[in-house]
Design a protein around this ligand. Structure first.
Ligand code: UDX
Length: 461
């Protein structure tokens, strides 16, 4: 099919490139000419494993191109995907780019006799597609929805796994204005072998938010339990969660073997969730609920627990070193998770700021992020070794494989004090050489104020 995708961010560009890969003719549209030029040259504007290869083959085989001309792309296409950004503004979603895209698409639809489907792929709060977007499209096109198709088709891809997630989806959710809209949109996914859920536009919109809110809830639950463990000598969150997930309702036994659903990886204590989706989407859902007078105490708590994590990590470093002022600390990993160069809402940025405020001399290293590009931060070192030279502590913030598998026999002697704070519990503590003081997350270490356990002293490090 002929497809136009507007927006060349993670969702837009990955969708466009992957849809071209499965055989469609795709035009990716963006209003930033430099971005369009980069895409046409085969250079994705962000780091995403596998994307550059598929982009190059799409361009080479002539099924993919980028353009700044949305009107022409709409005129040439049967399906138009709106995949522009929906940033957060004061806890509410900013729909400015969606509105602008809808207006331009609508204007172009006015001159088209052919039936076309417009699908919103951007993450938008329930009601956006059938009120705001439909209204703009109908007014600009001069015809009602039905004369053109209208869908809401959320995207569930993860950064770092985006190409794989898009090409092997768990499900495809198609919110439809009418059955014809959904049927036409589904044609672009004909070769995808997964459940396709046809539902209402608002259900599709809410499914995306509810999915991300649940992931965030699991992470904050784990972190709250970790905090409790830290105040309770003799406990270890990793052991508690490992036993918890063996409940068959979490890890069923299928054909005699234990199945470990991937979702369980979100039940893991760390320095909190970040990225372009989880923090923004939970805040937007809370804002949406507030506007309707619906209490969302759980979402409030999920965000609150998350906001406390960087300070908890800094407190742990301070406890380990006794005094932060003047100390030298190596921050290992700064992207919000491994596999991406995305710094948006990365817990590392907050940890770096708190350490700088406390008078710490910080050096940071990340295998992929080589500049803070506007965000405040220390100079990024070229290697793990450089970051660790003379350090009083190493703090593992992003568990990149290179960092998790680092050889501490070689690295530790470069440090002034051999302290490792593992803010993700990603290292194999048992495999570390002697002489390193290792502190993970959620291990009982603080005295339990005044009671019997406290008298037994701290333990578990
Ligand atoms: C998320 C959703 O997973 C995806 O479905 C949605 O489309 C966009 O938002 P992403 O932002 O790429 O994707 O991040 P994700 O891999 O889910 O990680 C989010 C946060 O959870 C990160 O801070 C990460 O460190 C943490 N995380 C991730 C875990 O704690 N455990 C994991 O196994 C994966």
């Amino acid at each position: 099919m002929r497809i136009a995708v507007t927006g060349t961010g993670y969702v837009g560009l990955v969708s466009g490139v992957c849809l071209a890969h499965v055989g469609h003719e795709v035009i990716c549209v963006d209003n930033v000419p430099e971005r369009v030029a980069a895409v046409n040259e085969g250079a994705p504007p962000f780091h995403e494993p596998g994307l550059s290869e598929l982009l190059s083959s799409g361009l080479h085989e002539g099924r993919l191109r980028a353009s700044t001309n949305l009107a022409a792309a709409v005129a040439a296409s049967e399906v138009i995907l709106i995949a522009v950004g929906t940033p957060s503004a004061d806890g509410h979603i900013d729909l400015g780019a969606v509105e602008a895209a809808a207006r331009e698409v609508g204007q172009s639809l006015a001159g088209c006799a052919e039936y076309k489907v417009v699908a919103v792929k951007s993450t938008v709060v329930p009601g956006t597609t059938d009120t705001l977007v439909r209204g703009i499209l109908e007014q600009a096109a001069g015809k009602p929805a039905g004369a053109f198709g209208l869908c809401m088709n959320p995207e569930f891809l993860r950064e770092g796994e985006a190409v794989r997630d898009f090409l092997n989806p768990d499900r495809i959710v198609i919110g439809q204005w009418d059955a014809n809209s959904g049927a036409q949109l589904a044609r672009i996914y004909e070769s995808f072998n997964c459940p396709k859920i046809f539902t209402g536009l608002r259900n599709a919109e809410l499914t995306k938010y509810a999915s991300n809110a649940l992931l965030a809830t699991l992470i904050s639950f784990s972190n709250e339990m970790a905090g409790l463990c830290e105040a309770t000598p003799g406990t270890d969150i990793a052991e508690v969660l490992a036993a918890l997930v063996l409940d068959r309702r979490w890890s069923p036994v299928v054909d005699g073997a234990r199945v470990r659903p991937e979702i369980l990886t979100y039940l893991r204590a760390g320095c909190g969730f970040g990225g372009s989706c989880l923090p923004k989407d939970v805040a937007a859902l809370r804002g949406f609920a507030r506007e309707r007078g619906v209490p969302t105490r759980l979402l409030e708590a999920v965000l609150e627990v998350n906001a406390l994590r960087p300070a908890a990590i800094v407190a742990q470093i301070e406890e380990a070193l006794g005094n932060l002022q003047g100390s030298r600390i190596a921050i290992l990993g700064v992207s919000f998770k491994p596999g991406t160069d995305d710094l948006r809402e990365s817990p590392a940025l907050t940890i770096l700021r708190l350490l700088a405020d406390a008078g710490v001399k910080v050096r940071a290293y990340d295998p992929v992020v080589k500049t803070f590009a506007g965000a405040a931060g220390p100079t990024l070192c070229a290697s793990l070794e450089e970051a660790l030279d003379g350090a009083d502590a190493a703090v593992v913030v992003t568990p990149w494989p290179e960092i998790v598998a680092a050889d501490w026999r070689v690295l530790a002697p470069r440090m002034r004090n051999r302290v490792i704070v593992d803010a993700r519990n990603g290292l194999d503590a048992a495999a570390l050489p002697d002489g390193i003081r290792y502190l993970g997350i959620g291990r009982g270490r603080r005295p339990w104020r005044g009671d019997e356990l406290g008298k037994s002293g701290t333990q578990g490090n």
